[in-house]
Design a protein around this ligand. Sequence first.
Ligand code: NAI
Ligand code: MG
Length: 366
Amino acid sequence: ANPSILILAGDGIGPEVMTEVKKVINWFGAKRDVAFDVSEDLVGGAAYDVHGVPLSDATMAKAQEVDAVLLGAVGGPKYDVLDFSVKPERGLLRLRKEMDLYSNLRPAQCFDALADFSSLKKDVVAGLDIMIVRELTSGIYFGEPRGIITENNERVGINTQRYTESEIERVARSAFELARRRGNKVCSMEKANVMESGILWREVVQRVHDEDYADVELSHMYADAGAMQLCRWPKQFDVIVTDNLFGDLLSDAAAMLTGSLGMLPSASLGAPMANGRPKAMYEPVHGSAPDIAGQGKANPIACILSFSMALRYSFDLGAEADRLEAAVEKVLADGVRTADLLGPEGGSPVSTAEMGDAIIAALDAA
Ligand code: NAI
Ligand code: MG
């Protein structure tokens, strides 16, 4: 059987950008003989409208069975009034939690044609290609005890940073495995100078390295210094592995090294399934962009590059992923721009569909 993909396009621009990804998937089937069994279902507000919940049990069960989930985006003003328990975002959280997607991969990659677009100097970002691996299912966002209590007549907000050795170990392994397929370098970031969880983090990452990944170059950095280095000279990094909180901040900062939200893909990986592939969900970093939804203005590249990550990390088709990324690079080098990729001086933007078609044409021409 062909490898399987479940598409959950979601809300707002989600279905618009996913339409372009489907063109790309079909192209690989027709021209490269790389075929997938693709099914589609509802998530977010779109699921709420039909089922009264942002992710039905049946859809959840499907997500557990497929080789990879491709998600568009969820949410929108129409759903802001809903109770927290059925908000569109809860559909996403349920997927991440029940699939136990503990390793969140966020590349910060700068296509040469967009180097001027970064807020940093061109030579700092041109050719940048780094990967932040953020622990996604534990740490301070989940640790107990948590809550707001009253103590000495005032309220106290409490969260707990908590990591078990096995939680650190599995995300460290995922970072080392990734590094072997890239620049073979990992920088682990924590704050072992002031946090117990940081001390344990550093120790476990070092042990996993020494036992099983001694061939990978490992360094440790305090996360605050890491933030500075990321802005000063990001090209010194290959893979950065860090906890949930620091990873949230560092990956958002790194993302902006490269320009538009419309360019940023992500992957969330879990434990290997029976067939050896990791549980996996791929999605653009951006949301449903209600301000431009339904107008054909959305940049589909973030979602297309998310599919490219699926080719690489779920299906071991690195050469096909390279082919797709080269097509994106070519189109950008040719000056094809959706509105989000035009600077203040303007220019004439292409539509979502035109960007997708240009990428298909570049694939054909390569
Ligand atoms: P957003 O990412 O949807 O939009 C932020 C800004 O970036 C907007 O001006 C938008 O037009 C622009 N933008 C985003 N993606 C773009 C693309 N592909 N092409 C061109 N421009 C793009 O974030 P916002 O506005 O904070 O949230 C909107 C809705 O999306 C909310 O309901 C929010 O909860 C939801 N959201 C969902 C996420 C997800 O599904 N993973 C992530 C972030 C927000
Ligand atoms: Mg964030």
